[in-house]
Design a protein around this ligand. Structure first.
Ligand code: I3S
Length: 128
């Protein structure tokens, strides 16, 4: 049987390296601090890992390393936000709790994939 035949382990949807900065916490604006982050979309959450070098898609397992933070995508909002940065390919993710993140990649196709995949999860949760 498959490793998740009991359905208890959330499905890993996507993982990869993006530039990330948090710009608000609970609605309060924060100073930008861009840094590379290993981003994992699993189940209803976007999970951020600090050390990208120790993470690869094939080595990622739940409990393998401690996430820096994690975002519940239920009720979250996604929008392109190139006006919020001098960088290209930037989108903003806002959680129901008023935390806001900018995510960015130099690679157009990659950032579009991330945008679409996250939006699909948000849409799925909206329908539940
Ligand atoms: O939107 P801002 O404030 O111009 O964002 C830039 C600053 O946060 C800057 O940091 P300091 O002001 O602490 O030096 C960052 O280094 C830049 O990366 C920020 O702008 P971009 O356009 O890269 O998002």
């Amino acid at each position: 049987s498959s490793p998740d035949s009991d359905g208890c382990t959330p499905e890993l949807e996507k993982a990869g390296l993006l530039n990330k900065t948090k710009i608000a916490e609970g609605g309060r604006k924060l100073r930008k601090n861009w840094s590379p982050s290993w981003v994992v979309l699993v189940g209803n959450s976007l999970v951020f890992f600090k050390d990208p070098k120790s993470q690869t898609p094939s080595s990622w397992k739940p409990g393998n390393s401690r996430p820096e933070s994690s975002v519940d995508l239920r009720g979250a909002q996604l929008q392109w936000a190139n006006e919020l940065s001098s960088k290209k390919n930037v989108f903003k993710l806002r959680t129901v709790t008023g935390n806001e993140f900018l995510l960015q990649s130099e690679t157009d196709s990659l950032i579009r994939e991330w945008y679409n995949t996250i939006q699909n999860v948000i849409d799925r949760l909206d329908r539940e």
